[in-house]
Design a binder for this molecule. Structure first.
Ligand code: ACO
Length: 311
């Protein structure tokens, strides 16, 4: 049973009127947004680690400059998203502490290693490609600050996806050894990319309520299908093979049939048992501890200035 306040809130959502920070909202709506935006922000920041790993080893100066810019963009995305979460009454420090204590998640995908240069191509092409597939609809999400952050993020993500595909193209058209590296990267990143959209709709605990509130616009399975349909022709153009024997165009459905990822592996990664969970969390903890003196210094400076103004 909805209270009159809740019914009025739902009417606004149904009429596509954005919810803004000072508007009344159900506690659950606020909590769901903090969870999703916070997880999203953490993903952008943790996502810098597998790519940052290759900045010093990019094959040319140009590739290095591009990768450096891309990794900096991801930091910017994290910051917009932490700001969007702050409008809901939770500070960036609190969210970071929730990440470091394991109370909050970040995307499963960033727990996989980047083993060779082709992986940087695969990350741009597949991981950023999946990220855009999920984020373009979120530009229409019901919470104003989140939807506006998504607009700029999507523009930058599109560039990231193109640069990844460009790396794949170079590798796929290169020597036999380079083509093998490209295929190997696709083999390893395909299923983890499909997992980015979250569990199947049957297992997605939050989807029904989040979609009613237009926090989410499409279901996990819908987005996953859209990603497969878009990506398979791109793999064909590269002359690479998607590692799925069951992949087949289904004329009747107008979509590709494909194999589900290994959901046991997905839930294990969420529990912290992926190949790089420990390394990623240690990276974040180290950065947080190493930066403590900067935060303390800034706070002390702000307090001094505030005291001077009062005097
Ligand atoms: N990685 C880690 N956790 C996940 C993932 C994933 N790929 N997919 C789902 N989960 C978690 C959910 O957070 C939820 O856990 P919780 O209840 O402990 O918070 C649980 O699995 C159940 O899943 P759902 O009910 O389907 O969760 P939800 O409705 O939040 O949908 C989704 C998941 C699609 C990822 C959604 O949160 C979303 O759209 N988020 C915004 C986009 C985003 O975070 N992108 C980050 C990666 S892209 C990038 O940063 C480059």
């Amino acid at each position: 049973e909805m209270t009159p306040e809740e019914a009025a809130f739902q009417d606004r959502i149904d009429a596509d009127i954005k919810i803004e920070p000072k508007d009344w909202m159900p506690d659950e709506y606020r909590a769901t947004l903090v969870r999703q935006i916070g997880q999203h922000a953490h993903s952008e920041i943790v996502g810098q680690l597998p790519e940052g790993n290759w900045i010093t080893r990019a094959p040319t100066l140009e590739r290095k400059a591009i990768l450096l810019a891309k990794v900096q963009d991801e930091a910017g995305h994290g910051l917009y998203l932490y700001c969007a979460a702050e409008t809901l009454g939770v500070s960036r420090d609190e969210l970071t502490e929730d990440l470091l204590s394991g109370r909050m998640k970040y995307s499963s995908i960033f727990n996989y290693p980047t083993l060779n240069w082709a992986d940087i191509g695969a990350v741009g092409w597949l991981v950023d490609g999946a990220a855009i597939m999920n984020q373009v609809p979120l530009q229409r999400t019901s919470y104003g600050p989140y939807s506006r952050a998504m607009i700029r993020i999507c523009k930058e993500e599109s560039f990231h996806q193109r640069q990844g595909y460009d790396i794949m193209m170079k590798m796929a058209q290169g020597t036999e050894a380079q083509k093998k590296m490209a295929q190997d990267a696709l083999n390893r990143f395909w299923y983890p990319s499909l997992m980015m959209f979250g569990p199947s709709d049957k297992e997605s605990v939050h989807s029904a309520q989040s979609m009613a509130w237009k926090i989410k616009i499409d279901s996990n399975d819908e987005l996953r299908q859209r990603f497969v349909d878009q990506t398979v022709p791109q793999a064909e153009y590269l002359g690479l093979t998607v590692p799925d024997d069951k992949l087949k165009w289904n004329e009747e459905r107008g979509h590709y049939d494909f194999s589900e990822p290994d959901w046991t592996e997905f839930f294990n990664v969420l529990k912290g048992k992926g190949p790089c969970n420990t390394e990623r969390m240690n990276g974040r903890k180290r950065a947080w501890e190493d930066g403590a003196w900067v935060r303390d210094g800034l706070m002390a400076h702000a307090q001094k200035r505030a005291a001077r103004k009062v005097a």
